[in-house]
Ligand binder design. Structure first.
Ligand SMILES: C[S@@+](CC[C@H](N)C(=O)[O-])C[C@H]1O[C@@H](n2cnc3c(N)ncnc32)[C@H](O)[C@@H]1O
Length: 339
């Protein structure tokens, strides 16, 4: 018979309790578990839990490896969003300075692509980007990138960062010409508040541009992994993404927030990884955080090997590129609206 000392039992119970508590908070943020009250979309505790969870999930390790984990699909989306806002920018002769907001910036994703965009940077005498995110670790990492890129604070360019909630921006009314929020609104407890804050801080005539996921290419791959590492069990679902996959959800949210002439469209992006090993690591590092409590720890440990097998297989969801690269398709919704 296996017996445990009292201290072992207490330690194990405490460990189970804290793991459960942590997991529960993570799952609640991403809507895997029902919230304490159902009308909770605007409940203050949701906001508190959301803030704690985002800070916990988007930690320093995530910040460092974020762009590898996405396989670059977010960068393709950033460039696409920039192309969508260009027709709405003020004429360079009338604007002494172009003000850009990169809200929920992650590791400066939209900011970086704006800084690299010569047609923006060379047209305006001055461009000022404000990059904000709820995660202190992402902002710390972003500030390190800025400190090591002096060109971003010279020749009429300026970029600054702040830890800030996208639903409670600390900027004055009528500040920005352009405001981005890419791949974040689906995690917000109050998405309409996000739209209202973008509207408030835009100058009259300013433009907001956002993205959410329409089709997430790693979901069917994960299901193939599940058939290998936890066969016969229910396949994982991602309820935090599902409401946003429906056409019109992003458009309605932006319209409800007061933005005008909102146009929603979809766009195909790709996640590419150097090889099967790197794809498996990137995907499993992130998805271990997102799968529900149905997955046991031992199953999570097998996830990376499962992805390696699936990536090496004839799966119809895996694309093959030159030099052993592997990838998959992602489809996003974009929403663009004006003040
Ligand atoms: C999936 S990442 C997207 C990052 C980047 N925009 C991109 O295009 O890749 C989501 C980001 O949203 C941030 N975030 C989540 N909730 C937020 C909130 N309420 N306010 C500001 N940022 C938030 C997270 O910290 C994380 O950096």
């Amino acid at each position: 018979m296996i017996t445990k000392s009292k201290s072992q039992v207490i330690y194990t119970s405490f460990h189970i309790y804290t793991s459960f508590h942590r997991l529960r908070r993570l799952l609640t943020t991403f809507h895997f578990l029902p919230r304490a009250t159902t009308m909770a979309a605007h409940h203050p505790h949701d906001h508190k839990a959301h803030m704690e969870n985002i800070r916990e999930l988007f930690s320093s390790d995530f910040a460092r490896t974020y762009n590898e984990r996405t396989g670059g699909c977010n960068i393709l989306l950033a460039n696409h969003l920039i192309s969508l806002v260009k027709p709405h920018l003020p004429s360079p002769s009338s604007a002494s300075q172009l003000r850009i907001l990169d809200s929920a910036c992650g590791p400066l994703v939209l900011s970086t692509q704006c800084m690299k965009d010569d047609s923006i940077m060379q047209q305006y005498p001055s461009v000022h980007i404000s990059a904000v995110d709820l995660s202190e670790d992402f902002i710390k990492h972003s500030q390190q990138i800025i400190d090591s890129t002096p060109a971003w604070n010279s020749d009429g360019k300026t970029i600054d960062t702040a830890v800030m909630n996208g639903m409670d921006l600390k900027f004055l009314d009528n500040t920005f010409d352009v405001a981005f929020t890419s791949l974040a609104i689906f995690a917000y407890p109050d998405p309409i508040k996000c739209a209202k804050e973008l509207l408030r801080t835009l100058k009259p005539g300013g433009v907001a541009a956002l993205t959410t996921w329409k089709r997430v290419g790693w979901v069917p791959l994960l299901h193939e992994v599940e058939a290998l590492v936890r066969p016969g069990q229910e396949l994982s679902k991602f309820p935090f993404l599902e409401p946003w996959q429906v056409p019109g959800k992003l458009e309605q949210t932006l319209t409800d927030g007061g933005l005008q002439d909102v146009v929603e469209s979809d766009v195909l992006a790709y996640a590419w990884f150097d090889n099967e090993e790197k794809a498996a690591k990137s995907l499993s590092d992130t998805l271990k955080l997102l799968v529900g409590s149905e997955w046991e720890e031992a199953e999570k440990e097998r996830m990376s090997d499962g992805f390696k097998q699936v990536m090496a297989s004839e799966s119809k969801y895996v694309m093959r590129g030159e030099g052993g690269k592997v990838g998959f398709e992602m489809v996003a919704w974009t929403g663009v609206g004006k003040k």
